[in-house]
Ligand binder design. Structure first.
Ligand SMILES: [Zn+2]
Length: 248
């Protein structure tokens, strides 16, 4: 069994026995990995109490050649997730991020860009800023990385750009927006005004941090959530469990 070393964020923890845990890691170099952490529940273990939900750690694990759990042998804490103590929703936003990484990525499918986005989003959730936009930005990065980012440029039916003053809707199964002229009233819950489409474009293009200064109204947040909730639930084939704890 080869020993692998990488950085990882803990996205799920489950008790396995009196002393052991099964830990699901989103690793930078290997993607999602589920591993058995033997003795993790003992006070003195080789994991240095690093196995907290959403903690970033440097880990060493033994990869199984056949199906079954990998074996975690070392875990060293890089940083613990410290949600803003005055804002409970930043904690829930963190849990939601973990649920998305667990549900929407595959084992051993590495996405270093997504890993870096997860780590920087967890950092933003710990700060004083508005964590809602950080979460939306993360979801858009995730959707792009897994190949499910909707096309925000033009109508998927007629091909015209979404014009100022128009209200578009997301056609989830077609992965794009439809203009008001092309109808589809059944997607009413994913209505986004052209100004919100412009926000989506700003959030999905460019790697700079200018998006953090975007001013987003309450109505636009509602529209962004409606669209993302539909898209994420469509790919996940259910509504994320943490969704009901997200207040917007
Ligand atoms: Zn159209």
């Amino acid at each position: 069994m080869p020993a692998e070393k990488t950085d990882a964020v803990v996205i799920r923890l489950a008790d396995f026995s009196e002393s052991s845990k099964v830990v699901t890691l989103f690793t930078r170099d290997f993607g999602k990995v589920a591993a058995l952490a033997k003795g993790a529940k003992r006070l003195k273990s080789s994991f240095e109490a690093a196995l907290d939900l959403l903690a970033e750690c440097r880990v060493v694990f033994l990869r199984r050649s056949s199906s079954g759990l990998d074996l975690l042998t070392e875990s060293q804490l890089i940083s613990r997730f410290r949600p803003n103590s005055r804002n409970l929703s930043s904690l829930y936003h963190g849990y939601y991020l973990a649920e998305l990484l667990d549900g929407l990525t595959e084992d051993y499918d590495p996405h270093p860009t997504l890993y870096d986005a997860a780590v920087s989003t967890l950092g933003l959730l710990s700060g004083e800023g508005d964590s809602r936009l950080a979460l939306v930005k993360f979801e858009l990065t995730l959707l792009r990385e897994i190949g499910h980012l909707p096309d925000f440029e033009e109508c998927v039916v007629c091909g015209r750009p979404i014009a100022l003053g128009d209200t578009a809707r997301l056609w989830v199964s077609q992965g794009g927006l439809i203009c008001s002229g092309c109808g589809r009233p059944q997607y009413e819950h994913t209505e986004v005004e052209a100004e919100t489409v412009a926000v989506l474009r700003r959030l999905t293009c460019g790697s700079d941090e200018a998006w953090q200064r975007l001013s987003v109204s309450q109505r636009q947040f509602r529209e962004l959530r409606g669209l993302l909730n539909s898209q994420v639930s469509h790919i996940l084939e259910r509504r994320p469990r943490m969704l009901k704890y997200l207040s917007f």
